[in-house]
Design a protein around this ligand. Structure first.
Ligand code: NAD
Length: 495
């Protein structure tokens, strides 16, 4: 049974007694249950976060940084352990899970530099004997609502920076794989984080709505699907909160005729099928420009077909199951709709059965050729191991596809032409762009975020954007007149 983590303690005697199942996606069996917290549980969290804020916000940035330094070492020792927790509930391979913990850890490393990041700006003599400076102050109680696909990394895009800035943080993780968040909080306590600075409340949309409507919470960070992101953005803003809401994606990878084909194919295979396509930076559309198309399709097919789809406990696994029976069904319906709408199905991942795991939620690598703009498999996010090939006769047509799509998370171009690459990076309407790199995920000291339907709000996550999001700017202008107490005869030295 998974409860909440409040005030430095595992809380299993919650007010709510409503639980839902958590599944092992490889077997399709319930392995545990998680609490769906109610208003009283939420009130306990708010009280704890609010009490913790008064002291934590007054700690010096250096002291806060030292707690993060300890946390970093503890996390490093627990990478394997955290990865196993992730793979058990999510199903992704152990290597994928470890990689995601490491990417999260890098945000902790970035946040350790908080004394430097909060230094502010100073201007002397903005007027005669007048100085002006800016400082950044914490917001108060901040909240994060996160998706199932990265149970460590996505929360870690948020809370290390928020907490380093002097806020307290309430995390509402996905109810599909909540155990990792509880472990992350427990390890933070072990590092010396004061009780209540980081609380985890489990639940579903009932808790999300309590967060959105709470007058005690200053900001909401959200990552998940676009319809929910839009809802969170609009309703949180309406209740006066600062909000960043990252949504879904449909990432295009453009392959020019002069691209290194082998590199492009290897990049596409990892980016389209890794983590069973359940990554917001997964490549779901490959745009083949000109006469490279036939070779590209052929080579992708040859490499996708033998990918080993197996549970994470099998060390040869290259791709695990998808998250739920419902999601598997949704992906398979999309595959059928692609066929019905006239796309050419080159590789069909449906009806995959793995001995001993017949009830697992496995979908094999799937490849469509001749996909057109008006098809559902092109317009909508599938979030599974389904790759669409679009054929474009020239670069302009490829760029238009990228720019006219509703989503704007990531994109990439494979080419050996610097002029084309520069034109692409300058003119594509996308937040994160790669050149001869399949998944252009920004490092922790840059910021992560898309454009268009992939991000609602003004700030991307982590990096300096994260520091700005989690702090309020204050600008002070000050003049010191002659001190009356020193008397009229007192003169300041001239230099
Ligand atoms: P989701 O939108 O279903 O759920 C995300 C969170 O919102 C969960 O905590 C869930 O409990 C909550 N939620 C779900 N429905 C809600 C509702 N009606 N009202 C209020 N809260 C609700 O997303 P998911 O299926 O967990 O994750 C997959 C999605 O996340 C994909 O669309 C993927 O592209 C996106 N994603 C985006 C990024 C990014 O950086 N842009 C990163 C990771 C995942």
């Amino acid at each position: 049974m998974i409860g909440n983590y409040i005030n430095g303690n595992h809380v299993n005697n919650n007010h709510s007694n409503n639980f839902i199942d958590i599944y092992d996606p490889s077997k399709g069996e319930s392995i545990s249950k998680v609490i769906l917290s109610n208003k009283k549980d939420f009130d306990d969290v708010i009280q704890s976060s609010s009490e913790a804020f008064s002291n934590w916000s007054l700690e010096t940035p250096l002291k806060r940084s030292r707690v993060l330094q300890k946390y970093k070492y503890i996390l490093e020792k627990n990478i394997e352990n955290l990865a196993k927790i992730i793979s058990t509930e999510h199903g992704k391979t152990l290597d994928d899970a470890k990689g995601s913990v490491i990417r999260g850890l890098e945000v902790v490393e970035f946040a350790i530099g908080i004394p430097h990041l909060l230094k502010g700006e100073f201007s002397q003599n903005v007027g005669s004997n007048i100085d002006s400076w800016s400082i950044r102050q914490p917001l108060g109680i901040t909240a994060g609502i996160t998706p199932f696909n990265f149970p460590a990394m996505v929360p870690m895009w948020m809370y290390p920076i928020s907490i380093a800035c002097g806020n307290t943080f309430i995390l509402k993780p996905s109810e599909k794989d909540p155990s990792c968040s509880i472990k992350l909080a427990e390890l933070f306590s072990e590092a010396g984080l004061p009780d209540g600075v980081f609380n985890v409340i489990n639940g579903d949309k009932e808790v999300v709505n309590l967060i959105i409507n709470s007058h005690d919470i200053s900001s909401v960070s959200f990552v998940g699907s676009t319809p929910v992101a839009k809802y969170i953005y609009e309703s949180s803003a309406k209740s006066g909160k600062r909000v960043q809401a990252l949504g879904g994606a449909k990432n295009h990878l453009v392959v020019m005729p002069d691209a290194n084909l082998d590199q492009a194919v290897d990049g596409i295979i990892g980016a389209a099928y890794g983590s069973a396509g359940e990554r917001c930076m997964a490549v779901s559309v490959a745009v083949a420009v000109g006469d490279i198309a036939d070779k590209l399709v052929d080579n992708i097919n040859k490499k996708a077909e033998p990918l080993i789809v197996a549970p994470w406990t099998d060390s040869s696994s290259q791709m695990g199951p998808v998250i739920s029976a419902e999601h598997k069904n949704k992906i398979e319906n999309y595959i059928q709709s692609g066929l019905d709408e006239g796309a050419k199905l080159i590789l069909d991942g449906r009806d995959l059965k793995i001995q001993g795991y017949e009830n697992g939620y496995f979908v094999g690598p799937t490849l469509f050729d001749n996909v057109k703009k008006d098809m559902r498999i092109y317009k909508e996010e599938i979030f599974g191991p389904v790759l669409c090939i679009m054929r474009a006769s020239n670069y302009d047509e490829a760029l238009n596809l990228v720019n006219e799509h509703a989503f704007g998370n990531g994109t990439s171009i494979y080419t050996s032409d610097g002029e084309v690459s520069r034109h692409f990076t300058t003119n594509c309407k996308i937040g994160m762009v790669g050149v001869n790199v399949p998944i252009p995920v920004p490092m922790a000291f840059h910021s992560f975020g898309g454009w268009k339907q992939s991000l609602f709000g003004d700030h991307s996550m982590h990096g300096t954007e994260g520091v700005r999001f989690y702090t309020k700017l204050k600008t002070i202008t000050s003049r010191w007149p002659k001190s009356i107490q020193k008397g009229p005869e007192f003169k300041m030295p001239t230099n």
